[in-house]
Design a protein around this ligand. Structure first.
Ligand SMILES: [Ca+2]
Ligand SMILES: [Ca+2]
Length: 290
């Protein structure tokens, strides 16, 4: 009886291990499936987007990544005067462009609307389909977002994503910057572009899965160039106001200090330069695409 009891115990132990393994496998597989499913989100899914979800905008093909809302410290007390003071800002969840807007996308916009071509549109150093569109005036960016049913990110949203959830000094994959993770002035490593932008998505993405926030082309934001603290409701998000607009991230023609997460730059809305492009965003409160 004693031996039979021992065998029974061993049998139950083995059976328990088998059942446990199956449960673990099933739950693990389910988790993997959920992760895969979560990558693509549509309005018809009937669920709220979660971190890492991607949505492809039907108008212009922009791939947007869901950024969960939260608080972060905006600005820097060690940077330029316009970055001071460092202060807490809260942003709501929103969609943010995975890539800078490309020439391919901008070409669709031009054909659909008859807007004037941006600068360098006929220059082979700038006009390849996978390069970011450059030399776009702010007013032309407004035309693009209306056509695409999207918007520009606010300065706070841009910096929130740029900080990578880790208060990164540079908006890169690891918080530091070099020619293996960004296209800024000069060449080296994977950065082979001395005097032009490179194809979007060439370098590793940041922790949110976003490409080319450091360098390549500057990106227009919707925000007027006001002093800090950033207060969304103080008039700086007035789309009709005529004043300097803020751009972020540096470009192929600027050094690393301009690529910093907190660095701010600004231009008048009617100017175009061959190092200024744009990136899309979309609010998440209302159902997408309606
Ligand atoms: Ca370069
Ligand atoms: Ca950029």
């Amino acid at each position: 009886m004693k031996k039979r009891g021992k065998n029974l115990f061993l049998l139950m132990l083995i059976w328990g291990m088998v059942i446990g393994s199956c449960v673990y496998c099933v739950s693990g597989c389910s988790k993997d499936n959920r992760s895969r499913d979560a990558k693509q989100w549509t309005p018809e899914s009937g669920r709220a987007p979660v971190a890492g979800d991607e949505y492809t905008n039907p108008s212009d093909g922009s791939v947007l990544v869901w950024i969960p809302g939260g608080e972060f410290m905006m600005g820097s007390n060690d940077g330029d005067n316009d970055e001071k003071p460092r202060h807490k800002v809260r942003v709501e969840g929103f969609w943010f462009g995975k890539y800078e807007v490309t020439n391919r996308q901008y070409g669709e916009f031009l054909r659909a609307t008859g807007f004037p071509e941006p600068g360098y549109w006929d220059d082979p150093d700038y006009n390849k389909p996978d390069l970011p569109v450059t030399a776009v005036k702010f007013y032309e960016a407004l035309g693009y977002i209306e056509w695409a049913n999207l918007r520009l990110p606010t300065e706070a949203e841009w910096e929130y994503v740029a900080s990578g959830g880790h208060q990164y000094e540079y908006p890169t994959n690891n918080g530091s910057i070099d020619h293996d993770n960004s296209n800024f002035w000069g060449v080296g490593g994977k950065d082979t572009w001395l005097e032009t932008p490179g194809p979007v998505g060439t370098f590793p993405p940041n922790p949110y899965g976003i490409y080319d926030m450091a360098g390549n082309v500057w990106e227009w934001t919707s925000s007027l160039y006001y002093r800090y603290p950033y207060i969304e409701t103080d008039g700086r998000e007035d789309a009709q106001a005529r004043y300097q607009r803020t751009m972020r991230g540096g470009s192929w023609q600027f050094g690393t200090r301009y690529c910093k997460t907190t660095a701010r730059h600004h231009f008048a809305m009617h100017l175009r330069y061959d190092y200024v492009g744009l990136r899309m965003a979309k609010s998440g409160a209302a159902p997408i695409g309606r």
